[in-house]
Design a protein around this ligand. Structure first.
Ligand SMILES: [Zn+2]
Length: 297
């Protein structure tokens, strides 16, 4: 056997996600589709999470600093004006370093979700996985009095070990995976029910189109390009009757040109008059109700 095939010997023939197909049910109040409106507040931990020595790189850190100084306040103001409620996944570090910003999110009635402490990727076997979960939970409770029900993995990775730990910590839902266009319930390795998954799609991650620096070099795309993509994804999802999940970051979408894009996209979504725009917790609680009703019928 080649050395390459030797390395592949342990790749199982069973796909890791064995959950049954997503349940089909109508959305509330006659809406055709749902939007999980969510933001990730990483602040400077977006950068120190990649490398703690970034703490001394003042320009690199300033990208994250934009979030508390400008990005989050302008987005909170927009959501107030539009009377929209969202979920903000916040790292524990960001809550401790910017308590006034975190308190402002909470005071506006938005949902606070767990997003790690130092924004470290929960890679399989990572020795920091439990600390990231525990410290994140501890800070949200101590600083904000919040026990989160939603979790989004920093830089979007997960493992069976993480799923088990989230279940043991009584989380209701996660929003990290990419394999569906509707909410579904994860299946644990032992066959027991897992958390509800509110899947994402990369097109709604503003980081992909709107931020570039030396440690995250990308092209920045103009509003017309991104708005067209977001509208097409939304319109086709409305036709399918499914769910879109946004992964916006105030250090990206709180910048003037991107903010204009965000505002126009949200205005367009509201103008459709058939999209349920809400938090992850609302969508997950509704899923639970539907799951129960479908199990009885
Ligand atoms: Zn993040």
């Amino acid at each position: 056997m080649s050395a390459t095939y030797e390395r592949y010997r342990n790749v199982p023939l069973t796909p890791p996600n064995q959950a049954p197909p997503a349940l089909r049910y109508p959305w509330p109040e006659g809406n055709r589709a749902a939007m999980f409106l969510s933001f990730d507040i990483d602040a400077e931990s977006a950068w120190t999470g990649k490398d703690p020595s970034h703490a001394d790189r003042l320009v690199t850190m300033s990208f994250g600093g934009f979030e508390a100084r400008v990005g989050t306040p302008v987005i909170l103001r927009l959501l107030r004006e539009m009377e929209l409620k969202a979920t903000f996944f916040i790292t524990g570090w960001a809550v401790e370093a910017h308590p006034a910003m975190a308190e402002a999110v909470l005071a506006d009635g938005h949902e606070i979700g767990h997003h790690g402490y130092h924004h470290l990727i929960p890679e399989p076997g990572a020795d920091h996985m439990q600390e990231e979960l525990d410290y994140g939970l501890e800070v949200l409770k101590r600083r904000l009095g919040v026990v989160p029900v939603g979790y989004r993995a920093p830089i979007g990775e997960a493992s069976a070990e993480l799923c088990q730990s989230l279940k043991e910590h009584n989380f209701l839902y996660t929003s990290s995976w990419f394999d569906d266009v509707r909410p579904y319930r994860q299946l644990m390795k032992d066959g027991s029910p897992g958390l509800i998954e509110l899947p994402q799609t990369t097109s709604y991650d503003d980081w992909m189109h709107g931020l570039a620096n030396r440690f995250s070099p990308r092209s920045i795309f103009p509003k017309e390009h991104v708005l067209s993509m977001w509208r097409d994804d939304l319109d086709e999802t409305r036709a399918w009757g499914d769910l879109v999940t946004t992964v916006f970051h105030p250090q990206v979408s709180g910048r003037p040109m991107r903010f204009r894009l965000l505002r126009e996209f949200l205005q367009y979504t509201v103008s459709c008059n058939d999209v349920w725009i809400t938090t992850g917790e609302e969508i997950a609680r509704y899923y639970e109700q539907q799951e129960k009703a479908l199990a009885v019928s």
